[in-house]
Design a protein around this ligand. Sequence first.
Ligand code: 2RA
Length: 338
Amino acid sequence: ANPVVAIAGATGAVGQEFMQVLHDLDFPASEVRALASARSAGKKIEFAGCGQVPAGELTVQEMTSESFKDVDIALFSCGAGISKEMREAVVASGAVMIDNSSAFRMDADVPLVVPEVNPGDVSWHSGVIANPNCSTIQMVVALKPLYDIAPIKRVVVSTYQAASGGGAPAMEELYGQTKDFLNGDELKVEVFQHRIAFNCIPHIDVFLEDDSTKEEWKMVVETKKIMGDENIAVAATCVRVPVLRCHAESVNVEFTGEVSVEAARKAFEAFEGITLMDDCSSNIYPMPGLLAGTNDTYIGRLRKDSTVEHGLAMWIVADQIRKGAALNAVQIAQLLLP
Ligand code: 2RA
């Protein structure tokens, strides 16, 4: 029978995108259950339908440990705390939890999956599969076709991360602050550490002992786990920029052997999920302000990095709410279909 899909965190930015992606991919669900906090219970949400579920309104139900009876796949995006609270109830009900939070990503018994990169890892889940951090996802999609040519020694990445990484309130803050800034009104700073309008903030998540941030740490450790290679060295700097929905990344890759620009170009063009947008003679390259709502990982500014023996540099853009979260999670769910 077609799977019953529960969406935990249905009223959030990623929760809403889960529903949109289920529709866009026509996921073969027999039922879609919208779950959220008691505060949202009873709310009606427009759903475009998928599989055997017709278009119409979904009524949000309060999420409790009883919410997962007969559920096959539970898409979670409610923060690490709630994912930890609900894990046992979800798994005990027989459902597979696909969790967008950071709660279980580095647990040894939880696969961390980007379907284009390590689809086989879903085979060893024991009830929970973790969705990687958005900035990690788009980077490993780009690294995978290159790694298949020659193993990677070192990656240096600087990110230009959209407001949407902080959820709907963060996007609203960017909008509101920009308007207030242009009107000369006082700025409200609630979601971000500082003013985000016409500014860049080199600080995402919390600072760690070594003065890196947890966001940078995620890119280091998650890349190794997804690529299945603890020897890949990653140096990351994660920066919040005044863009709404797409993350962009400047990446330098050092290989153990030769990977020419031509070989990389061919590998990108052949790779499902990558769009090469790269022609300097016509000023063609991916721009995060123009790619919201898309599914692919866009690559441009591909060029040799002559500062090392075998190096390439590139610019990577993807929609943080779709490929960075909701689309990747539903693609994982597709891997679980019989
Ligand atoms: C951010 N990656 O961009 C983090 C969480 N989505 O804020």
